[in-house]
Design a protein around this ligand. Structure first.
Ligand SMILES: C[S@@+](CC[C@H](N)C(=O)[O-])C[C@H]1O[C@@H](n2cnc3c(N)ncnc32)[C@H](O)[C@@H]1O
Length: 247
């Protein structure tokens, strides 16, 4: 009995210390500049980045709810995420992007990838095309993108659940009012999938207005570090920007 109470007290103390340490790190982050942040890092620790997630995994440098990131204005040179944006609640996506835009330095950039690209998911299912988890793009293949197969992460089912699907109109409609000067969008296949078909998408956005060709060049140069691990560059296709948008 006593040992159970002692264990309980020790666990509470440990949790309080962990929370306190995180608060100190969060406060220190507000004073730093030229940050490279990895948003929704999960267990994937990227060297050279501040790795952020709301689950305090071993990879995390600072734990934070990224629905509304706490990052000082102009303090970020690069914001990167992989397989994260689709986990935010839909109403949080606009405020999240506006806050990230405010946090970027004037020459800063933002690259999000690993977002489910619904036009190709739907087409491959209807056409019984090649699957990413099995030979044919059946309903389980669809489920992995529409819902994120959260049963695979029982301890944080809700966090793993996908709350959004994307296409170029949806992403452009989120980016355009968020104050970015320019952006490009792309879809691609994931290395190691049964068939590396382009069912995930991403975007690269800058604060400055930059010509499309130059932005594509910068985007490819950034993505190069993830070649054959998070993206099969040979499958990358640039997505058109909806004509009615000005930027
Ligand atoms: C599918 S995992 C991707 C992890 C990692 N980026 C990777 O590619 O392996 C999505 C991550 O987003 C995190 N996440 C979801 N909603 C979040 C939020 N509101 N704030 C911070 N992190 C969040 C989850 O905890 C999870 O680690």
């Amino acid at each position: 009995m006593l040992t159970r109470v002692a264990r309980d007290i020790r666990n509470r103390l440990r949790m309080s210390v962990r929370r306190l340490r995180n608060r100190v790190r969060l406060d220190a982050l507000q004073r730093e500049r030229s940050l490279r942040v990895h948003l929704g890092c999960g267990d994937d620790r990227l060297p050279g980045f501040i790795n952020i997630d709301y689950r305090p995994t071993a990879a995390v440098d600072v734990a934070m709810d990224l629905s509304l990131p706490r990052l000082a204005d102009g303090s970020v040179s690069l914001a990167f995420s992989n397989a994260f944006f689709e986990h935010l609640y839909r109403p949080a996506r606009g405020p999240h992007l506006r806050r990230i835009r405010q946090a970027l330095a004037p020459d800063g950039a933002c690259c999000y990838m690993g977002m489910p690209y619904f036009p190709n998911i739907a087409r491959l299912y209807v056409e019984r095309g090649p699957g990413t988890a099995s030979e044919v793009f059946d309903l389980f293949n669809v489920y992995r993108y529409t819902h994120g197969d959260p049963e695979g992460q029982a301890a944080w089912w809700l966090g793993q659940l996908h709350k959004s699907l994307f296409d170029e109109e949806e992403v452009a409609a989120l980016l355009a009012p968020s104050g970015f000067g320019a952006f490009v969008m792309f879809c691609y296949g994931y290395p190691g999938d049964v068939n590396e078909v382009p069912v995930t998408m991403g975007f690269y956005a800058t604060c400055e207005a930059v010509a499309r060709a130059e932005l594509q060049r910068r985007c490819l140069s950034f993505l190069g570090q993830f070649a054959d691990t998070r993206i099969r560059l040979a499958t990358l296709e640039w997505l058109p920007r909806p004509a009615e948008l000005r930027i």
